[in-house]
Ligand binder design. Sequence first.
Ligand SMILES: O=P(O)(O)OC[C@H]1O[C@H](OP(=O)(O)OP(=O)(O)O)[C@H](O)[C@@H]1O
Ligand code: HPA
Length: 186
Amino acid sequence: MTVPTLAEALASAHRLFDRAALEAAIVRMAGEIRAAYADGEVPLYLTVMNGGLPFAAQLAFALGERGLDLEFDYLHATRYRGQTSGSGLAWLHRPATPMQGRKVLLADDILDEGHTLLAVKQWCEDQGAVEVRVAVLAEKMHDRCVEGIAADHVGVRVPDAYVFGYGMDFHEQGRNLPAIYALGDH
Ligand SMILES: O=P(O)(O)OC[C@H]1O[C@H](OP(=O)(O)OP(=O)(O)O)[C@H](O)[C@@H]1O
Ligand code: HPA
């Protein structure tokens, strides 16, 4: 199968949020999140690779600016998307930092159907985390999200279309576009 190019995708997509809008959303989120960690405990900050990387980095600086220290680790869980049964989640890397008794803050690019973050959150709880908060740059608006997962902090809400940019890929392309685009007419 030939993979469409990024240029082809951009030609049939439109920009939902530009860089300034996303940066402003992340600054707003940082204010909310700072207030949620007022007790001085240092959360374990888990970036969900790959898509969560740009957002997580920017959010981390905004939190540092507000006096919240973070302990960094990361995980990589990726969905097979229809090529297998069940949740279809493959763990490519699990965090090495012990979580017993810790507060965990997950940073990912998008909450779509929720399979990824549900499994990740449950795994953190199984490891002994006492609290798991979820921060996502984007939440997709539809009624297909699985039960048992919700984002505590959301940057922007996107329509029910395939979106890419700002960490999110179009066939592994376009992750470093500094804006979010939607395919089609949404
Ligand atoms: O809410 P869901 O329907 O589970 O989808 C959201 C997840 O899907 C994407 O990851 P993907 O599996 O594509 O891996 P990637 O970050 O490496 O692209 C995205 O980064 C989220 O982690
Ligand atoms: O719309 C999306 N775009 C990119 N990655 C995703 N992962 C789940 N949904 C999406």
